[in-house]
Design a protein around this ligand. Structure first.
Ligand code: ZN
Length: 312
C-alpha cells in the first residue's frame, strides 16, 4: 500500500514514497520562499517518484503532509508559519488540483508522533505521547492510534506547559514553559551557566575552553565521566523534563512516552533517569501500571513516515 509523505521544514521539503511504514525512496528540495512555488516543487518531486516507480495517483492511498506552525487539519490549511511567512495557505485544495486522492495535512510534531506510534518505538501501543527535544520541545498525543490535537487542531502544544512559575521567558509570551528547560536550547543555557560558576569543571576541556561550542551533548558526556557540575546540570534537566512527563501522565496516562529529537541520542542513559524520577514522584506509579519511557526509533525519517501515516 503506497503513500506519499511530505515533510515540510524551514530549509528543505522532503517528499517520500512510503510502503508499509518504510521509505522506498525520497527526494528533497530547498523550501521555496512562496507557498505557491513550494507546491509547484512538491508536484515535481511527486511526479519524479511516480515516474521512477512507474506509478500513477491510482496506485497510492493518499498524500500526507507534515508542516511546522499553526495548521488547520480540518480545512487543509497552513494558517501561519512565522519563520516562513506562510499565511492561510490552502495547501490541500491546491495539491488536489493535480492529484485526485486523499490528502491530509497536520502539524509536524503531531505527524512525528503518529509515525513513531504506528511504525516506530510506539508500534505495540495504542496510546502514546511523543516529546521531541530539539531547538524547542514539540509534542504529539496519540489516542487509540489517532492524533489528538484538540479543537481546531490547535492543541497539544506540550512544550508550552509551564513547569516553573516566573521561570525563563518563552517565545510564546509566557515564562517557565517546558520548552525553556527541556529543549536543547534550554539545556545549553543551563550548561553554560553551570560552567561559568564552575571554572574547574571538565566541561571546559570538553569544549576546548570555548563556551560557544557548548551544545546539548556537553553536560551529558561529561556527567558520564563523573564531572560534578555536569551531573548537576543533567539532574536539573531530568527533573524539569520528568515534571512535564508526570503532568502529562497524570492527565492522559499513555502506555508510553516516546522521547525524540537530538537529545534522545542519549538513549537509555536518559530514559532510565527519567523513569527513576517518575517512579519516585508520579501519582499512582507505585500501585498501578506505569507509562514506559522509551527512545524514538525513526530519527529523521519520522517526518516522511508520519506524514504518510496520516493517509495509511
Ligand atoms: Zn511557551
Amino acid at each position: 500500500m503506497y503513500a506519499i509523505g511530505i515533510d515540510i521544514g524551514g530549509t528543505t521539503i522532503k517528499v517520500g514514497l512510503v510502503d508499509g511504514g518504510k521509505i522506498i525512496n525520497s527526494n528533497r528540495k530547498p523550501t521555496a520562499s512562496t507557498p505557491e512555488e513550494a507546491v509547484a516543487n512538491i508536484v515535481l518531486q511527486i511526479d519524479a517518484l511516480f515516474e521512477k516507480y512507474n506509478l500513477t495517483v491510482k496506485d497510492i492511498v493518499g498524500i500526507g503532509i507534515g508542516c511546522p506552525g499553526l495548521i488547520s487539519s480540518e480545512e487543509g490549511v497552513v494558517c501561519h508559519i512565522s519563520t516562513m511567512k506562510w499565511h492561510n495557505f490552502p495547501i490541500v485544495s491546491l495539491l488536489k488540483k493535480t492529484y485526485n486522492t486523499n490528502i491530509k495535512v497536520s502539524n509536524d510534531a503531531n505527524v512525528a508522533a503518529l509515525g513513531e506510534a504506528m511504525f516506530g518505538a510506539g508500534e505495540k501501543f495504542n496510546n502514546s505521547i511523543m516529546l521531541t527535544l530539539g531547538t524547542g520541545v514539540g509534542g504529539g498525543i496519540i489516542i487509540d492510534n489517532k492524533i489528538y490535537a484538540g479543537a481546531f487542531s490547535k492543541g497539544a502544544e506540550l512544550g508550552h506547559m509551564v513547569i516553573r512559575i516566573g521561570g525563563e521567558p518563552c517565545g510564546c509570551g509566557r515564562r517557565g514553559c517546558l520548552e525553556t528547560y527541556a529543549s536543547a536550547t534550554g539545556l545549553t543555557r543551563m550548561t553554560k551557566s553551570a560552567m561559568e560558576q564552575h571554572p574547574e569543571s571538565e566541561m571546559w576541556k570538553f569544549v576546548d575552553g570555548d563556551i560557544n561550542k557548548v551544545d546539548g551533548r556537553t553536560s551529558f558526556e561529561c556527567a558520564k565521566q563523573g564531572d560534578a557540575a555536569a551531573n548537576s546540570v543533567v539532574d536539573d534537566f531530568v527533573m524539569y523534563l520528568s515534571e512535564g512527563i508526570m503532568n502529562l501522565a497524570n492527565i492522559f496516562r499513555p502506555e508510553a512516552f516516546i522521547i525524540g529529537g537530538g537529545i534522545s541520542a542519549q538513549g537509555k542513559y536518559l530514559t532510565d533517569k527519567l523513569t527513576a524520577y517518575c517512579e519516585k514522584y508520579c501519582y499512582g506509579y507505585k500501585n498501578a501500571p506505569k507509562s514506559e519511557i522509551i527512545t524514538a526509533t525513526l530519527g529523521n525519517d519520522a517526518g516522511i513516515i508520519g506524514a504518510a501515516a496520516l493517509v495509511i
